[in-house]
Design a protein around this ligand. Sequence first.
Ligand SMILES: [Zn+2]
Length: 212
Amino acid sequence: MGTLTCHYKRAGSEAPDEVLTRFRTLARRHAGGRVLDIGAYQPDDLLCYRNLGSLALVAADARLLAEPPPGAEFVDTGLERLPFPAGAFDVVICRFALCATPDPCRAAREIARVLGRNGHVLFLEHARAPGVIGQAQDQAQRMLHGTRHCRLNVEVVANWQLVGLVMRRLDWYWPPCYARAPLVQGVATHPDQRYRQELAWLRGTEIPGGKP
Ligand SMILES: [Zn+2]
């Protein structure tokens, strides 16, 4: 598939500095071990990557190829099928990437697959808003379908949850001046073992108290 560029990565329509700074701080705090970065587009995005075990860059802006961080590997791939084994990464960083891929849910599933059991996904995306704004986004998306615009109405949190990840942290940012998609950033992980067992139990047994 062709490579779409997210609206927020284009010159003149960047996400607010405070949001980008907050996300980079989050990334700096978590980045360690084996890292997969999806969608880096500014040199500052790569500043936190020192002393890593390994760093794979997917869907990175071509300008970043000029000065890659030490040991970084640029991997040319779509997100629907990532060329890495299951559990390959301790941290996956995902920046304005789900909106630019043809099938965000499948991309989320692939990211969950390559995330190690105790790994973290850090994401910053624009998302479908609830209520009327979300409906307007759906309508706009229908009109834009087939154009070179990134997808306006990705249900970011629902996508992570659909593929089995749980939210450890979630921050929304609503642009103050004009109606645009809200931005959402957060940390998602696999559920811990105990939680997984509880979920299986809830799904596979009768409701407690239902029996005499
Ligand atoms: Zn986008």
